[in-house]
Write a protein that binds this ligand. Sequence first.
Ligand SMILES: Nc1nc2c(ncn2[C@@H]2O[C@H](COP(=O)(O)OP(=O)(O)OP(=O)(O)O)[C@@H](O)[C@H]2O)c(=O)[nH]1
Ligand SMILES: [Mg+2]
Length: 318
Amino acid sequence: MPPNQAAAETPPAENGFTNSQSDIEHVYIAVMGVTGAGKSSLISLCTGKNVKIGHNLQSCTADVEDVEFMFNDHVCVHLIDTPGFDDTSRSDVEVLQNIAVWLSDSFEHGTKLSGIIYLHRIIDVRMAGSALRNLSMFKKLCGENAYSSVVLATSMWNQVNEVEGAQRERELIETPKFWGHMHKKGSRVFRLDRTRESCLEIIKYILSLGSTTLLELQDEIVNKGRQIEDTEAGVQLNEDMIRERKKHQAELLALKTQMQEEMAEHDAELQRALKEEYDELKENIRRNDEEQAKLKQDLKDVHERKERELLELKKQIE
Ligand SMILES: Nc1nc2c(ncn2[C@@H]2O[C@H](COP(=O)(O)OP(=O)(O)OP(=O)(O)O)[C@@H](O)[C@H]2O)c(=O)[nH]1
Ligand SMILES: [Mg+2]
């Protein structure tokens, strides 16, 4: 029986977290990683379902999405597609809030993750600032105790020379702040070559672990009753924003001095360019402040905002 057909026959759960169906075991695996890493492509290949895939530099997956398929007659695998940090359409705060809402809701409904797949493009020559930030947020929301349920996978092997790719993969594994620490603590490394087989290898491995895991973010929010801003991931995000603000403030000050000096030169063109740069920096600082304030929202408010967004979306579709 084709996987899709079987999945379509699985009765939907009342709360969206299907854990309780008779003889079918439901296994949940989250897929994370920077935007464009190939998360939706992997999910589409595994499930055979039409998942929205990005074909330009814009981020594609905006919200957490559960896509299921029958792995065999008894196991239904749910792949949880997530937006990446450094998304172009959503701020990191919103991404964290969306992920936190899904993780805490599902956990409260008794759904536990069996594994987490973290994707990275092997074509990326170096771990850029955004990729490193994304990875560091991922580590914070997972927590060390969950590292042994993590699969670190590289995508796009069909676009690199094998030797170069292997060299980059080694660097990822051997550098503690990249994958090194996680690898030492039990995370496994896999390669994806855009075949369904390579995707299923990962699923099989996670199923072979035969366990479920509790992520740090779930533990902090559900068990310890923390607000998102007080979780490890929230604190890190807040620190990043403070650092960013300081950087912008220093740039603003330097620009102000430069503008005053240039006034004497009466170069209108240059003054206009400097003014534009100045306004842009001020706007960045304003947005940063807005995001910092948003991070303080409690989970209930985030829930309400998400419900409003969903209603809005439904209205647009109708
Ligand atoms: N060559 C090659 N291209 C790939 C592979 N995986 C994904 N892509 C392409 O990479 C682009 C981004 O893929 P997506 O699956 O949308 O990436 P994503 O991680 O879901 O991105 P967001 O939803 O924006 O977070 C698409 O054009 C895919 O066709 C791969 O293994 N090889
Ligand atoms: Mg996607």
